[in-house]
Design a protein around this ligand. Structure first.
Ligand SMILES: Cc1ncc(COP(=O)(O)O)c(C=O)c1O
Length: 427
């Protein structure tokens, strides 16, 4: 039996629409190699995870050295130096007063813990999230995920969750135009508080760029307006940096695009350790210390090997200037894609920050009918041309460009060329 046959027989993949027909043998930098010897340019990075590139030698070496020394004792039963070192570094590189980290294993688990912390810190019980947001696949994280496609047949979900409209300018849920809306979607957060909660909201949860929702950056001024509302009601700002963190948006953290705004709690995962499983949430001491003994724990959380990889990963991102590279290359790529938009009627919108770029495809620019089949065809044709891209968004019509940040401009140009050719083919 080959790998695909074993998958069909032994791996539970019935929840997955389709697995890309690439059997991976190895990967390096921005390249993935199939067992058939074929090389692919990776523009999806394992869903925005391997920001420092596949199998970065320095990160792999740090993990190997840690393996030889210690793999697991439980970082919440004994003191482990690597865990302490990583927590110290995170306190220094994250914004504002964020200081104390709880380590877990995934983004969803980070969200679960962060919600619990928001509740114990405020003594309040409700949560506000955004329509079209995605926060994970566990019970609480799905409960605050505003997307029916992710939630079908799993309900009823956690009570006490209210949703505010997505700040999605291309398809404004309030049917307004960005030039004249006066940030009505930000003001709508106050309506959500007043008309959908019982005045008991602990936190407002937000992604700096809505990732799974369709690579939608927050409009300028949106979060400042929301923060002003949250402060008036004593609601914490919980920023979900699982997908936007660690250089992905051209800043170390996506929230840094929002000048002067400090999260009360921030969740981290994906790009934190260049592919080693690790999740985290960080808060100022006054909030973090609200947990009482017995209120939270994780057996594998803060695994020393993942933490050693994370420390090396952060050093690589800083010393190889990958964050600046992502900012410059992202700007350039968005410019190139906007030129493509002039030639390809299928492209309705090009948006993003850094190397977190979405190309939203529509059948008709006036009606904005989502072109989901075409997006899948673009992915298919790109793969045939040796370029791996993602597809996502609320309507499944957004081509996702989220390569490892080590990708070179010539490689990204090759990917844009492949997308252009695929779009031609879709007509
Ligand atoms: C913003 C955001 N939060 C949370 C998650 C969940 O992370 P994980 O898949 O590691 O549980 C994701 C995953 O895509 C995400 O994009």
């Amino acid at each position: 039996m080959d790998t695909t046959e074993k998958y069909a027989r032994y791996v539970n993949i019935s929840s997955v629409k389709a697995i890309e027909p690439v059997v991976v043998e190895r990967a390096s930098g921005a390249q993935i190699y199939g067992v058939d010897g074929r090389a692919y340019l990776d523009c999806f990075a394992g869903i925005a995870v391997v920001n420092a590139g596949h199998v970065h030698p320095r990160i792999a070496q740090a993990a190997k050295a840690q393996i030889d020394q210690l793999i697991h004792t439980c970082s919440y039963v004994y003191y482990v130096p690597t865990v302490a070192d990583l927590a110290e570094v995170l306190a220094h590189i994250t914004p504002g007063a964020l200081q104390k980290t709880f380590f877990c294993n995934s983004g969803a688990e980070a969200i679960e813990g962060a919600l619990r912390l928001a509740k114990v810190a405020t003594g309040k019980r409700e949560v506000i999230a955004l329509q079209m947001a995605f926060h994970g696949r566990t019970y609480a994280s799905l409960s605050i995920t505003g997307n029916i496609a992710r939630k079908t047949r799993g309900g009823p979900y956690m009570p006490g969750v209210a949703f505010a409209p997505a700040p999605y300018c291309y398809r404004c849920p309030l049917k307004l135009e960005p030039q004249s809306c006066g940030l009505a979607c930000a003001d709508a957060v106050e309506d959500t508080i007043r008309f959908q909660t019982s005045g008991d909201a602990a936190a407002f949860v937000v992604e700096p760029v809505l990732g799974e929702g369709g690579l939608i950056p927050l409009p300028e001024g949106y979060l400042a307006r929301v923060k002003e509302i949250l402060d008036r009601y004593g609601i914490l700002l919980l920023v979900d940096e699982v997908q936007t963190g660690f250089g992905r948006t051209g800043k170390l953290f996506g929230i840094e695009h929002q000048e002067g705004i400090e999260p009360n709690i921030m969740t981290l995962a994906k790009g934190i350790a260049d592919g080693f499983p690790l999740g985290a949430f960080i808060a100022p001491a006054a909030i973090a210390d609200s947990f009482q003994p017995g209120e939270h724990l994780s057996t594998f959380g803060g695994n020393p090997v993942s933490c050693a990889a994370a420390l090396a990963n952060i050093a690589v991102l800083q010393e190889e200037h990958l964050v600046e590279h992502a900012a410059e290359l992202g700007n350039w790529a968005i410019g190139e894609l906007r030129k493509l938009q002039e030639r390809h009627a299928l492209i309705g919108d090009v948006r993003g920050q850094g190397l977190m770029i979405g190309i939203e495809l529509v059948r008709d620019r006036a009606s904005k009918e989502p072109a989901a089949e075409e997006a899948n065809r673009v992915r298919h044709l790109c793969r045939e041309a040796g370029v791996l891209v993602g597809v996502g968004g609320q309507y499944g019509n957004v081509v996702r460009l989220q390569p490892p940040l080590v990708i070179a401009q010539e490689q990204l140009a090759q990917a844009i060329q492949a997308i252009s050719a695929a779009l031609d083919d879709c007509l």
